[in-house]
Ligand binder design. Structure first.
Ligand code: S3P
Length: 450
């Protein structure tokens, strides 16, 4: 009998004969971070249902407690956040450790930079290697002083300003984290803060700010999007329900598409158009995804999905789609290995700055599994030759990256020989129930020593 072990470092997956049932997809990671942060910046009690209780989100929660918010979990699984108001953060008495989370680090730096307190941010080895100038530069325009290691990386010391100035920032990198950091800083600055972006990155911050009562307007002009936020905002507490994370759902969708005779259902999955690029892409590849019960929960569109096995063909994924599926490229690369023909992923240079260099990590693991790839600075081509061509029989490196680990465990469900992943502990950062949920649906993910 195959017994799942969730907390073991090395896990492997092998061919699954079935993959069926109702998948319980945990709450959206991006929205969970934002609900905790905005709840902490509102005055009074915010109630959060369906919070993702993963390492990344819990690091943000711990940080917000250090900034003075009172956050508690109730027996029924809801979380209550007693916020301190915009500008109400107190100086933390220790270093803020954001763990693996770029979202946590960048959004929290923004949220505190216009309050006259000092905080030192750090994270794990993966986070400490990621670029931070993209946030330190715009935040210093507000008047805050930010000092990064080597001018670019964590640890970063932020000395928040007591005399913030509003800023107008044209995005150099298309990043929802940078946009959100600026908007959160703008909450406690006078006047109007503006962010101008040429590609519409995920808009959870804008939607949630609106529902917490901030004055925020989004306007499209000549191919650009201008977001204008009124400063010195007073946020009123809300009741937030977090939708299922479409980025986590992508792993289950992918497994359903490659395991023969599969049939998977999932409910209340986030369908925000700024996150739907993966669904569009798998539909282009030949998948049929049945989308029902579309409705809106707490300002975010959601729906139920049903997915069954489908033979896939290679496609070209245009650069314009990248922001709407930025976290889904690792699992797309695994799916592309099972498709007939080449899948060309264009304009994905940003993947090199995620929890790992995801272009390099996926290419390396796929090559070990007998799948050919061609990589350039901002493009990956996977030369798919059908599901039966994936030989497996390799130990792939996760490079401290949850999405790389989960992608190779999914690919092992159809490879000729098992695929092992050298370290699966990063999965805790976004999808702690991944192994037990997948095995409950028919996957075979287990410790090689079993
Ligand atoms: C996120 C935005 C994306 C994404 C990350 C979460 C967010 O990063 O990759 O996992 O919650 O804002 P960038 O917008 O910086 O590309």
């Amino acid at each position: 009998m195959v017994k799942p072990i969730e907390f073991q470092q090395i896990l492997q997956s092998q061919k699954a004969s079935q993959f069926c049932g109702l998948a319980h997809i945990p709450g959206d990671k991006s929205i969970s971070h934002r609900a905790l942060i905005l709840g902490s910046l509102a005055v009074g009690e915010t109630k959060i249902q369906g919070l993702l209780e993963s390492e990344d989100v819990l690091q943000t929660l711990r940080a917000l407690r250090m900034f003075g918010a009172d956050i508690a979990r109730h027996e029924d699984g809801t979380w209550r956040v007693y916020g301190v108001g915009t500008g109400g953060f107190r100086e933390p008495s220790d270093v803020i450790d954001c763990g693996n989370s770029g979202t946590g680090a960048r959004l929290l730096m923004g949220a505190m930079s216009t309050t006259p307190i000092t905080a030192v941010f750090t994270g794990d080895a993966s986070l400490r290697s990621r670029p931070m100038r993209r946030v330190t530069e715009p935040l210093s325009e507000f008047g805050a002083q930010l000092k990064a290691r080597g001018n670019e990386r964590l640890p970063v010391t932020v000395m928040g300003t007591d005399q913030p100035l509003p800023i107008v920032h044209r995005m150099k990198t298309q990043s929802a984290q940078v946009k959100s950091a600026i908007l959160l800083a703008g909450l406690n600055a006078p006047g109007q803060t503006q962010v101008i972006e040429s590609a519409e990155t995920r808009d959870h911050t804008e939607r949630m700010l609106k529902s917490f009562g901030a004055d925020i307007a989004v306007e499209k002009q000549g191919g650009e999007q201008i977001i204008t936020l009124d400063g010195y905002a007073e946020l009123s507490p809300q009741s937030v329900t977090i939708p299922g994370d479409p980025s986590s759902a992508a792993f289950v969708i992918a497994a359903a598409l490659i395991v023969k005779d599969s049939n998977i259902r999932m409910t209340e999955i986030g369908m925000n158009p700024t996150r739907c690029g993966f669904l569009t892409t798998v539909q282009d590849m030949g998948a049929s995804v049945n989308i029902t019960e579309r409705h809106v929960v707490a300002g975010e569109p959601v729906a139920n999905l049903q997915i069954t096995y489908a033979p896939l063909k290679g496609v070209v994924v245009p650069a314009e789609r990248a922001v709407t599926m930025i976290d889904e490229y690792p699992i797309l690369a695994a799916l592309a290995a099972c498709a007939q023909g080449d899948t060309v992923m264009q304009g994905i240079g940003e993947l090199r700055y995620k929890e790992s260099d995801r272009i390099q990590a996926m290419a390396a693991g796929l090559n070990q599994c007998g799948v050919k790839t061609t990589e350039s600075e901002d493009q990956l081509i996977v030369h798919g030759r059908g599901a039966n061509s994936v030989s497996g029989g390799a130990t792939c490196q996760s490079f401290m990256d949850h999405r790389i680990a989960m992608s190779f465990l999914c690919l092992g469900l159809i490879s000729k020989r098992p695929i092992a992943v050298d370290d699966v502990t990063p999965i805790q950062t976004s999808f702690p129930s991944f192994v037990s949920m997948m095995n409950g649906l028919g996957a075979q993910i287990y410790s090689p020593s079993e």
